[in-house]
Structures are given as structure tokens and as C-alpha cells.
Design a protein around this ligand. Structure first.
Ligand SMILES: C[S@@+](CC[C@H](N)C(=O)[O-])C[C@H]1O[C@@H](n2cnc3c(N)ncnc32)[C@H](O)[C@@H]1O
Length: 306
């Protein structure tokens, strides 16, 4: 598959997404934003392009797109995971469609204000920013790393027009008020992961209530995900997640065709996304009425239920 074809495949598919029919116009953005201009070059067919392997180029594209299309002031430090705005917008519109469909029962009524929980919001805080900016949704964005929490907070406070809608919440490795799950485990009791993705001492956990086929190596042993992070009585229309995908950084193999950053702390958890999403499912069952809907990004949906 050639380069041109690959980028076409990546084009967002949800019609509400403004980029589905009108992908970002690099020439226009370069003419309007001098900081973006040096990253744009013209291929033989005369099309404006950027080098997707240049982190500075992809970060600057995200910065100017958020500014141009959303009036958002945004930045992330070198190497942090850099989101593509068109694709991340797709996820938000997909949830919008699901919430307004018959698939979701209208049981959790927060009035007009849709409230979401973004697990692992990252330094980029992209989903709360897009959800608040595009649709006026309010969000809790959680994360575990200091750098993510610091920059997510900056990306919120630098945008007073949406800052009231977004709260950034630190996930404590072991909250002092750890609640017990239905199976009697502390919400953090089994956590033995140092945040470099190194499992210090694997302690087998009990199996999932869904009887997911997860062997001992695929059980999530990290910090709390929902249970122990969501507070008593809180209600959300949905929770969402772009999980740490990979079991190791080698597996991540960072696509040589793009450079969107991503540190081990952002990308890796023992058991990979299967283990992480399984924990989200377990926590959601334990928290019962807290969430109306729990969509998560995954490319492993069949294996989750195999
Ligand atoms: C793949 S990144 C996603 C970042 C951002 N949401 C995005 O889509 O670009 C995964 C994030 O999950 C965070 N994370 C890992 N374990 C977590 C946990 N138990 N609770 C909350 N966040 C966690 C990581 O620090 C990282 O920022």
C-alpha cells in the first residue's frame, strides 16, 4: 500500500467529523501560522505535505489545528504522545452518535450536560479538550504520571473558555481510602507495577467476572483504573480510554512511518491493552450505575472475548 493510499485510509469516517470531507489544508495553515510553515513541503504533484516522521512537525500540526479550528492553546513536551486531531475527533463524534442512539438507555440523566470520564488523558488531554470544545461536554481526565498531570492541567488552564468543564484527576498508586471490589480485593492492593512498565513481583489476581481468557501474564497489575479513582456518588454518561496498548516498548515498535511520540509510561502496561481494558470492564461492573457507556479504543476486540 503506497503512502498516498495509507493516508486516505486514515481519513476519519464519521460524517459529523469536519475533517472527513475536508482534511487539514497544510498550505492554508502554513500561510496563516509562520511557525508551521517550515514543516510544509510540496511533493512533485504539487501537494503540500509534512514529514510524518518528524515529531516537531506532527506536534506543530496538532497545535495549529487545535488553535485554528477550536481556538485552543495547546502544547506537549518533547516525546509525549502527540494526537492527530482528525482521528481523535472521530472518537468523540462516535460517542456522540452512540449516546443519541437507542443502543444506550437514557438511565443516567445529568440534565443537558453530558459528562465523560477519560481514563489516561495524557499530557495532551486531547479527548476532554475536543469533547468540551466541540460539544460542550464536561470531563474528568485521569492519569498516573506527573508529566501527564502537569501538562494536562496546563492545557486546561490555558483555555479559560473550556477550563470550567474539565477536571484533571491524579490516580494515586494506592489511595488511602481504597475501596474493596466485589471480589474482596483492594482497588489497589494488587498493584505491583513500577511506572516504567516493570513488573516487580507478579501477584495473581482473581479472574474476571466475564471469564475473559486472560492468563496470569495478562492480568493487569497497575495502578487503579476506575475503582478507587471515581468518587462515591459520581455519575457519568460514559467513560472512554485510549489505553496503554503494548506489553513492551519493543512491541510498540514505534511505526517508522510516523513520529507521534509516546513514552513507555504512556504506551506500555503488562498484559497490554487486553489486560487494561479487562480491568476497565471489571471496574465498571463493580461500579454498576456509575457509567452509562464505556467505549474504549482497541484493535483487539475479538481477542478480548476469545
Ligand atoms: C496511550 S496514552 C493515551 C493518552 C491520550 N488519551 C491520547 O489518546 O493521546 C495512555 C495514557 O494512560 C495513562 N495511564 C496508564 N495507566 C493508567 C491508569 N491506571 N489510570 C489512568 N491513566 C493511566 C498513561 O500515563 C498515558 O498517559
Amino acid at each position: 500500500m503506497g503512502k498516498k493510499r495509507r493516508r486516505e485510509v486514515e481519513r476519519p469516517t464519521i460524517p459529523k467529523n469536519k475533517y472527513s470531507e475536508n482534511p487539514p489544508d497544510f498550505a492554508l495553515l502554513a500561510s496563516l501560522y509562520p511557525s508551521f510553515e517550515p514543516f510544509v513541503f510540496y511533493s512533485r504533484d504539487g501537494r503540500p505535505r509534512i514529514h510524518w516522521t518528524d515529531f516537531n512537525a506532527t506536534r506543530e500540526l496538532t497545535r495549529v489545528l487545535l488553535l485554528h479550528d477550536h481556538g485552543i492553546n495547546w502544547w506537549i513536551p518533547d516525546g509525549q504522545l502527540c494526537p492527530t486531531v482528525p482521528n481523535r475527533s472521530n472518537y468523540i463524534h462516535w460517542i456522540e452518535d452512540l449516546l443519541s442512539s437507542d443502543i444506550i438507555s437514557q438511565t443516567c440523566n445529568n440534565g443537558d450536560n453530558v459528562r465523560g470520564f477519560d481514563i489516561g488523558t495524557g499530557a495532551n488531554c486531547i479527548y476532554p479538550i475536543l469533547g468540551a470544545s466541540l460539544l460542550g461536554w464536561s470531563f474528568i481526565g485521569s492519569d498516573v504520571t506527573d508529566i501527564a498531570l502537569e501538562w494536562a492541567e496546563k492545557n486546561v488552564t490555558n483555555n479559560p473558555h473550556i477550563s470550567e468543564l474539565i477536571e484533571i484527576r491524579k490516580v494515586e498508586s494506592c489511595p488511602t481510602s481504597g475501596v474493596e471490589s466485589d471480589n474482596g480485593e483492594s482497588a489497589c492492593g494488587e498493584s505491583n507495577l513500577d511506572l516504567n512498565g516493570v513488573e516487580e513481583q507478579a501477584v495473581p489476581s482473581s479472574s474476571s467476572p466475564f471469564d475473559l481468557s486472560i492468563d496470569a501474564n495478562n492480568i493487569y497489575h497497575g495502578p487503579p483504573v476506575l475503582h478507587g479513582v471515581v468518587r462515591d456518588g459520581e455519575k457519568f454518561d460514559f467513560c472512554m480510554c485510549n489505553p496503554p496498548f503494548f506489553e513492551t516498548m519493543e512491541e510498540a515498535g514505534l511505526n517508522p512511518k510516523t513520529s507521534c511520540g509516546g513514552t513507555p509510561k504512556e504506551m506500555v502496561c503488562p498484559g497490554g491493552e487486553k489486560a487494561f481494558i479487562s480491568r476497565i470492564i471489571e471496574d465498571s461492573v463493580a461500579l454498576k450505575q456509575t457509567f452509562k457507556y464505556n467505549p474504549s479504543l482497541t484493535h483487539l476486540l475479538p481477542s478480548l472475548f476469545s
